[in-house]
Design a protein around this ligand. Sequence first.
Ligand SMILES: Cc1ncc(COP(=O)(O)O)c(C=O)c1O
Length: 370
Amino acid sequence: MLDFLEAELAEIGRLGLLREVAGVRPDLIDVASNDYLGYARDPVSRATLLECEAEPGAGASRLIFGTTAAHLDLETELADWVSLPSSLLFSSGYAANLGLIQAVCVPGDLVVSDGLNHASIIDGSRLSRAKVEIVPHREPAATERVLAAGGYRRAFVVTESYFSMDGDQADLAALREICDRYSAALFVDEAHALGVFGPQGAGLCRAAGIAPDALVGTLGKAVGAQGAFVAGSKSLTRWLWNRARSLVFSTGTSPLLARVTLGQVRRARGDDPARSRLAQAAVALRARLQAGGLRLAPESTGPIVPVLLGDNARALRVAEALGAAGFRAQAIRPPTVPAGGARVRITVSARLDDATLARLAECLIRACAE
Ligand SMILES: Cc1ncc(COP(=O)(O)O)c(C=O)c1O
């Protein structure tokens, strides 16, 4: 019955868009993952595990019998981190965006979504059955035009703060001001900014001095663990507890993981030295690549360094050449980025030393010239 899948896979392959199922990751220098502070690969010590004294499984949905002190402690810490009254854990950032938007937005509402928002925001918006207006990337004026046109019950502006594929930042202060003027809510996904930007790594909302109506943070990127949270008012988290289907109908996250994550969050909050190192490494790499004539995504900044190549096959070739030189970099192709927008996305980690970054830049410049 499923024979047609082979033909479809062959067609995707012909377009240079096939992703093969990965085996165990090879022993290469990682410039592909989102482990910005370099925490994900640090083994958890035996002492920490014993100290956690936590159970491996929640055993049920958080609503049924799955809530433990480990979950509540982590939620308190996360809300404090981002300076919002309350937070609620989800099993992933995908589940958090899906649950948030599906639970809060309903038919008759308007979701104004940046053109480069993550798939989880797109899918959550679809699930909500609200009207969705996609606005050009990082153009607050376009958001304002859509809000001014009216014709909706309530409006929600949804954006990433630090865009995962382009490494540029939303103008959060402008969006907050526009939302306030039109009585719209502002939802900000800080997946790639948390731990990286802002005081104590609290993200770009804190850096911009604004409070979003809902903030999504992920724990699998700079925090180096797994899972995610939505933070906002107490009414928001109570509403999600009742209505976010990806939370209600899903087993609570592991209490053991929640304890380990709490340690990672505290470490991230206090780790200004790693954040400074990360910022400095990103600046140094960009300077080398630009001096070598490579085209980086315009206005990209920070640890996400997209090298624009355009052609799918070329992006694959450059990633392969880096692999041969000992680096694991990711070729990003449609549908993750628009057609013709293929790139190699380098992510810098605070762990990379100057000599490694210099070698990476050299290999990349050589591979792009071939
Ligand atoms: C902007 C953004 N939001 C949400 C997610 C999903 O987070 P998670 O990997 O925890 O599901 C990602 C990446 O995976 C992301 O880049």
